[in-house]
Write a protein that binds this ligand. Structure first.
Ligand code: GLU
Length: 424
């Protein structure tokens, strides 16, 4: 079987990584070669030049993307990322992961991703709003509740989703809450969506601890690489469940205290400075040092590719739960598995976000909203069921959790494609 997607416009390390993963699994499960060819490339990739009038009067052009990988199971679904390193290739890689993720956890949704190459912290609120509205207007014909439903990702938040929803609704002439998930509650968001990814990560870690014969307690130590939506909510959940967070970081660096870090103190410092430079309750560590700290659980919850061939060997954690998408390379994955580290792969560990996005979409379509207890109960049910299934495959076939998760997701997509057949 020939590897296709990465010698074209999608070529980049992230795309090579996910394509390689896909090809390995395709070979292992003897996937139909026609299906392999189809799934290596996304259904649709859109590149948009977005003109934005900046506060100084100049018009600046930003590059924006939406990649729709596969919709055999339902409308495309996936976040929108605002980050200076976003490329069409990375967006395509992340779209492919969304396809496997939704299939793996049993959602009737496909896989997509979007992004704009921009540092959102360098824009004023006004500029950010204009960027989001123009980007949405350019996408209006290819998104929608029955076509493609964006959501937050790195660098975007509830406010950005509210602007997206408003722009789409203005263009349609009526309110369309179901066009996007991760919205504020007041405009049709779901209870529990903002903390869903971080919570879901911890639910999968608890399952992994149980399989290893322990539970979560004060002596269970966690290091969190990243303190955005995923890292911060994971920290909160860990504290609630009685575990101990010993290290956290932002892109500027981190702090470490083997006796534990208090969540409220972390949030207070982070809120004021956007980093932990003001935090006095721990020692300063670099991000590289954080990844190698002695702890039970490491949660990489920031950018992709941070654990690689050169530093994987230094990881001391017994469990690594991928809060971020693609935080380790294939080579690092192999090194960690050989060392006996239990890796919970991204498409399982961070699926809580899209699971509650699915609930939000369902609630928007039905105009009937759930209580938080209902959301959290259903989230836990779906993610722990997916964990058990993946664990079962991994045990039975003596393979890693990642390979098992990919097998389950990819097989489901392939079965659905074969059942539907090729049009025309
Ligand atoms: N951006 C998140 C992810 O990578 C959430 C996607 C969604 O909710 O649609 O899973």
């Amino acid at each position: 079987m020939e590897m296709k997607s990465c010698h074209t416009i999608w070529e980049c390390p992230a795309c090579r990584n996910v394509t390689k993963q896909f090809m390995e699994v395709a070979k292992r499960i003897d996937l139909d070669p026609n299906i392999v060819n189809r799934l290596q490339v996304p259904d649709r990739s859109v590149i948009i030049s977005i003109p934005v009038r900046m506060d100084n009067g100049d018009v600046k052009i930003f590059a924006g993307y939406r990649v729709q990988h596969n919709d055999v199971l339902g409308p495309f679904k996936g976040g929108i990322r605002y980050h200076p390193e976003v490329t069409i290739g990375e967006t395509a890689a992340l779209a492919m992961l969304m396809t496997w993720k939704c299939a793996l956890v049993g959602l009737p949704l496909g896989g997509a991703k979007g992004g704009v190459t921009v540092d959102p912290h360098e824009l004023s609120r006004h500029e950010l709003q204009h960027l989001t509205r123009r980007f949405t207007a350019e996408l209006v014909n290819i998104i929608g509740p029955e076509k493609d439903i964006p959501a937050p990702d790195m660098g975007t938040n509830e406010q950005v989703m509210a602007w997206l929803m408003d722009t789409y609704s203005q263009q349609k002439g009526h309110v369309v809450p179901g066009v996007v998930t991760g919205k504020p509650l007041v405009v049709g968001g779901s209870q529990g969506r903002s903390e869903a990814t971080g919570r879901g990560v911890v639910y999968t870690v608890v399952k992994a601890l149980e399989k290893r014969g322990s539970g979560i307690g004060k002596e269970t130590t966690f290091a969190l690489h990243g303190f955005g939506n995923v890292g911060a909510n994971a920290a909160k959940t860990i504290e609630e469940m009685g575990g101990t967070v010993v290290a956290v970081s932002t892109s500027k660096g981190g702090i470490y205290n083997p006796s534990g870090l208090n969540y409220d103190d972390l949030v207070a410092c982070h809120r004021e400075h956007g980093n932990f430079s003001c935090f006095r309750g721990g020692d300063v560590v670099t991000n590289e040092e954080l990844l190698a700290l002695p702890c039970d659980v490491l949660i990489p919850a920031a950018v992709s590719g941070v654990i690689h061939e050169k530093n994987a060997d230094r990881v001391q954690a017994k469990i690594v739960a991928e809060g971020a998408n693609g935080p380790m390379t294939i080579e690092a994955d192999r090194i960690l598995n050989d060392k006996g580290v239990f890796v919970i792969p991204d498409i399982l560990a961070n699926s809580g976000g899209v699971i509650v996005s699915y609930f939000e979409w369902v609630q928007d379509l039905q105009n009937f909203f759930w209580e938080i207890d209902e959301v959290l109960m259903q989230l836990k049910r779906i993610i722990t069921h997916a964990f058990d299934e993946v664990y079962g495959i991994a045990e039975r076939e003596k393979i890693s959790m990642r390979t098992a998760a990919l097998i389950k997701g990819i097989r489901k997509i392939s079965d659905a494609m074969l059942a539907r057949g090729l049009y025309p």
